[in-house]
Design a protein around this ligand. Sequence first.
Ligand code: HEM
Length: 399
Amino acid sequence: MVVAAPTGVFQPLDPAFQADPYPCYRRLRDAAPILKDGVTQFVASRHEIVAHLLRSEGVRSDWPEPFQSLRMGDGPAKDFLLRVVLHREGPQHLLLRQVLGAGMRIMSPAATARRIAEHTDRILDEALASGELDLVSGLAVPIPVAISCDLLGVPEADQPLIRDWGMETIKAFTMILPEQDRPGVSAAIDHLRAYIRQAWDDPLGHPLGTALATLDTAAGGAFDRDETVDNIVFLLVSGFTTTVHLLANMFGAFLEHPDQWRRLKAEPSLVGAAVEEVARYDAPIQYISRQVAERMEIGGETLRPNRVVHLLLGAANRDERVFADPDRFDIGRQPNPHLGFGAGRHICLGAGLGRAEARGVLDRLVARCATLEPDGPLVRKPMQVFRSYERLPARVRPC
Ligand code: HEM
């Protein structure tokens, strides 16, 4: 199989694209239902086609070993990707979803909601006293890190390390991991593995013990220790890294659309719909890539086995065939069948938790902040697959 980063009609490495991908997405949607990109790749940008392919058995996520090796090199990142639920298919994929699903239920929804409110209030107490808050480093990062660590029982003292290793590890979820990033990503994955293994070897002494025992029982011996450890690492890391971007994009959208902030203040019951609108309007995961397993005709093109197809969630979420006035951030939008959490058999396992975090934080902001305004330029974080902000300086005033 020939593999390369997408280079033709879709250029996720282009800084202009990373700054604002939406004009490019519009051009792609207008051009054709699905576009050929070079000899081996396709790009799907319309909602109907992206949704169809996400649900199709004919495209798969379990990339073969030589492909992962080409993407990641031959270090720990390759083995990690080969083992995690996201890149498995068939019965083992289903079983891994069940095992990790058991992990998601360790903390009850009520306890989760309470923790989110407590963490948010602690941060807001200080911010409202000073009147200043960087919404990325001050809120979007610490809340998901704390909740993912609370869920699995990682002690507070270890959370900064877990955060840094997680943020490094997530770089592996890209098309081609650049050479210069490989040592850092490998080291972070190895640190996280060692952390989980150490807790496992001392289950009574480490607070993670309960979570590990729950996951081990749910797995029923179906996976070896390395597979289980890597999937726990994935659960921990995917739990906070994407949620950081959802929160950052949510704050960014409100800072850029003060009319929608005022609307939410007047109608706080729109919090749930507002979170869905953020996941549509500025999806934290902009695209996912699949390997074609079965020949198929779709949108006037023939997809043959071993071709790569990029499914542009960010473009599908702005498809004018499905969403009226799609470039408008409208917190009352109904219905909102966005694909921000994916669809089909790999649909996000933590969507409930991610939504609960975004709603919980927004609830407290609306209840406690009279105003939320930019206090300097809003700075985007240039990334390939993810979309987020680096800095969101804000002025906040108490109610
Ligand atoms: C809140 C923001 C989040 C967003 C936007 C998001 C988005 C996604 C998307 C688009 C997928 C599908 C990937 C694919 O089909 O290739 C996915 C899968 C997944 N997500 Fe999330 N996610 C979020 C939060 C979370 C959280 C909080 C957790 C766990 C605590 C989590 C765990 C997972 C797992 C385990 C999968 C793999 C499922 C599978 O392969 O069957 N996610 N996520």
